[in-house]
Ligand binder design. Structure first.
Ligand SMILES: Cc1ncc(COP(=O)(O)O)c(C=O)c1O
Length: 377
């Protein structure tokens, strides 16, 4: 038995994922955290830090910055500099700060639904105008609508909130797609906030993550990249993320928007991030092997069901399922009544869809899939 098969009881730990269905027989496959223990290297680094017993304000550790620089080089062949890194207590914070720091009131912020819900909320929270260019679903794949991106009316200081690997569709955009995107953004003077939180979770072995800003200096100069160890190493509750902003003017505007509002990063977040990026690569390889099988099982069992269709998940532990043919008014509620809790596609700008999180021990996933099969058969 793999350690990932071990079912850890999260009930009573105030886990967001499990609290939603407290005292109900619903298997929660919704919010994007995994039901696995974090890497042992992370757990022991945290224990050691806790044993020190003094938890005062803490600076970003020098070794963590060096480790992130090495990680970008080794994982993505992307050479970044220390002063480009800005530490954040959460990635959604980064999205909202980016929105406030680019352009002004009523400037355009482009989003491409279906998309992780905070992308749809951030423009309005920043008093910007949202411009929606839905992804297109063709030949079983979700792709960007470049024609619309090239022609849609936008303000002078437009901003694009990009997500790659994409949540919820699990797409990993190719180099060709990224180049096409960057050409349009350069032509139209669009600044990009690129959320790459799922970048370590590429499941297809013939695909790789390419940070948008690593393509060339011109696109790097107009890109705010957001990354975090939180999804990969299952440490979302420790709140530690970072922005990489090569352009000094953009970086200063971002830091100014943070001032007095964004708190320090939790010191345990720093500790976990360092142990994750520096010491947990073997664990990550095992995790990816485990998730690949979970993904294959999910795709096989869901695609054989009448009324549901699933697109191939290239990255992430999230599967995007079209449930419109079931003709249920609210598919999420329908599956909850059958004992499985999905994320509701409506929150991602796509009613009729549901998102399934397969980042859990296989016995739990298989039990949930059996419930889904029973409900739709
Ligand atoms: C694309 C994306 N961005 C950001 C986040 C959340 O980041 P944080 O919890 O650090 O705010 C998630 C979590 O699911 C996500 O999928």
């Amino acid at each position: 038995m793999s350690d990932f098969d071990r079912v850890i009881d999260r009930k009573g730990t105030y886990a967001y994922k499990w609290e939603k269905y407290r005292n109900l027989d619903v298997i929660p496959l919704w919010v994007a955290d995994m039901d696995f223990a974090s890497p042992p290297q992370v757990v022991s680094a945290l224990k050691e830090r806790i044993d020190h017993a003094v938890f005062g304000y803490t600076k970003d550790p020098e070794e963590l910055n060096t480790t992130v620089i090495e990680y970008c080089k080794n994982s993505f062949d992307w050479a970044i500099e220390k002063q480009w890194i800005i530490w954040l207590p959460g990635l959604v914070t980064g999205i909202n700060i980016a929105c406030r720091s680019v352009g002004e009131r009523n400037d355009s912020v482009i989003t491409m639904p279906p998309i992780y819900p905070p992308f749809l909320e951030a423009p309005q929270l920043s008093k910007r105008d949202q411009v929606s260019i839905p992804l297109k679903h063709t030949q079983g794949q979700w792709i960007m609508d470049f024609d619309s991106l090239a022609t849609v009316p936008v303000s002078k200081n437009a901003h694009f909130l990009f997500c790659n690997p994409q949540n919820p569709t699990g797409r990993v955009y190719t180099k060709e797609e990224l180049l096409a995107l960057s050409e349009i953004c350069m032509d139209r003077n669009i600044i990009v906030c690129s959320d790459e939180i799922h970048c370590d979770l590429v499941l297809d072995t013939d695909k790789k993550h390419i940070p948008l800003a690593s393509l060339n200096e011109t696109i790097a100069d107009r890109t705010i990249t957001l990354m975090a160890p939180s999804k990969t190493y299952n440490i979302a509750g420790l709140g530690c993320s970072f922005a990489i902003i090569p352009n000094r003017k953009l970086r200063i505007a971002f830091q100014r928007a943070m001032k007095g509002i964004v708190p320090h990063v939790n010191l345990l977040g720093y500790t976990a991030a360092l142990a994750a990026y520096r010491d947990s690569q073997e664990w990550l390889a095992d995790l990816l092997s485990y998730l690949r099988i979970n993904r294959d099982i999910t795709e096989e069992r869901i695609s054989s069901l009448l009324g549901l269709s699933i697109t191939h998940v290239e990255a992430t532990y999230l599967a995007w399922i079209d449930a419109r043919s079931l003709q249920k008014e609210n598919p999420t509620r329908f599956f909850e009544e059958a004992g499985v809790g999905f994320s509701d596609g409506a929150d991602f700008g796509a009613p009729g869809y549901v998102r399934l999180n397969f980042g859990c021990p296989r016995p739990l996933l298989e039990k949930a899939l059996s419930r889904i099969e029973k409900a739709v058969s």
